[in-house]
Design a protein around this ligand. Structure first.
Ligand code: GTP
Ligand code: MG
Length: 354
């Protein structure tokens, strides 16, 4: 087939073992390159990594991938250079392999150290967000589903969105103010793909942790995709793999504008009655989505009636920023407020309950 198509490159849709790859390279013509799915995904990631952390995560995954394949690579080089097994050179090859391995191992641990340092900074930021008690939303979904377009639509962020796989590698967090006044955060993350290489899941752990720390996951699905069910399944699997399956989830079918018939729309709403249909492109359905988000955020709240003395203007400010206010009246003894307060916020009002 390589000859028939004059191929320069063969890509296998599955991961090849190092020896499979070496054997395949022996079969095809000399200048034809053989790579597997993981190597291809790693190459795409390497092209799209822009931040320091993103680049380090990719380099870690690349080196983890390389390590068990070093033998094959050396054997390949050796047979090219030496024109066929010269027995006396064998020892030399072995030691070269040892040197290579040691080098890659050293590189892996130095990248891991650097990543751990960056992760510390990130977890301080994340902790800050946790402590503030803000309701946190993470966007998760198959690559190219429209997560970045959706965060842009929801929060006026300027995240790059492209018609290509893995446009986003680094998480972005933006604030979203709900109509009732409460602020929540939305985080855009890396896309998932069928047969996501495990080296990648491990390397991108700190990025994926952003999903794990969320109060609500918006599972963004390309509603126009022919592989919709399959892609949804993949995302569920990865969420499971990273331990995020216990987090509340809301399915968002995106790209509604691409569904030609009202039939297709009806089918989706019938098979997934709890899902929301939107178009990040046209803005259709976004209001309903925000309403649904507000509902989930509010379901964790306590209904309180409080009288806040005028000296505690700070508490009134918190109420406006963090709570859903039902009614508010300024009386002689202070501000009378009826509000829904999130769990971590309710205690602040305890002493003023009426
Ligand atoms: N027609 C239409 N196209 C959309 C819609 N939302 C996103 N797109 C397009 O779909 C492509 C992918 O969008 P992104 O927002 O980059 O998708 P993503 O989920 O962030 O992708 P990754 O970061 O690669 O995982 C882009 O070409 C968008 O313009 C939509 O509602 N309708
Ligand atoms: Mg994206």
């Amino acid at each position: 087939m390589c000859r028939a198509y004059a191929a320069d490159l063969v890509v296998f849709d599955d991961e090849l073992t190092p020896s499979q790859q070496a054997n395949l390279e022996k079969i095809v013509d000399r200048d034809v390159k053989v790579i597997d799915r993981t190597a291809l995904i790693l190459d795409i990631f390497a092209l799209h990594a822009t931040t320091k952390e993103g680049r380090l995560q990719v380099r870690l995954a690349q080196n983890e991938y390389l390590y068990p394949r070093l033998r094959g690579m050396w054997a390949h080089l050796a047979s090219n250079r030496m024109g066929g097994g010269v027995g006396s050179r064998f020892g030399e090859g072995e030691s070269q392999l040892e040197v290579d391995r040691r080098m890659v191992r050293k590189r892996i641990s130095s990248i891991k150290r650097e990543l751990a340092r960056l992760d510390e900074i990130r977890s301080v930021q994340r902790e800050g967000r946790y402590k503030s008690g803000t309701f946190k939303i993470a966007l998760a979904g198959y690559t190219n589903a429209g997560k970045s377009s959706l965060i842009n639509r929801l929060t006026n962020a300027d995240v790059l969105s492209y018609d290509k796989l893995f446009a986003t590698l680094d998480p972005t967090t933006r604030k979203l103010r709900l109509p009732e006044g409460r602020e929540v955060t939305v985080t855009d993350t890396i896309g998932f793909i069928r047969k996501l290489p495990t080296t990648l899941v491990e390397s991108f752990k700190s990025t994926l942790d952003e999903i794990n720390g969320a109060d609500l996951i918006l599972h963004v699905v390309d509603g126009s995709s022919e592989e919709l069910a399959y892609q949804m399944e993949t995302v569920e699997e990865v969420l499971h793999q990273i331990g995020a399956e216990r987090i509340e989830r809301l399915t968002v079918f995106n790209k509604k504008d691409l569904l030609e018939s009202s039939d297709a729309v009806r089918r989706l709403s019938e098979t997934h009655p709890d899902a929301v249909l939107v178009s990040a492109e046209t803005g259709e359905g976004i209001e309903e989505l925000i309403e649904r988000i507000a509902k989930v955020a509010a379901s964790r709240d306590d209904l309180l009636t409080v009288v806040i003395p005028y000296m505690r203007g700070d508490l009134v400010a918190i109420a406006h920023k963090r709570c859903h206010i039902i009614s508010e009246a300024h009386e002689e003894d202070g501000t009378h407020i009826m509000l829904y307060a999130p769990p971590d916020c309710a205690h602040m009002f305890a002493e003023f309950a009426s």
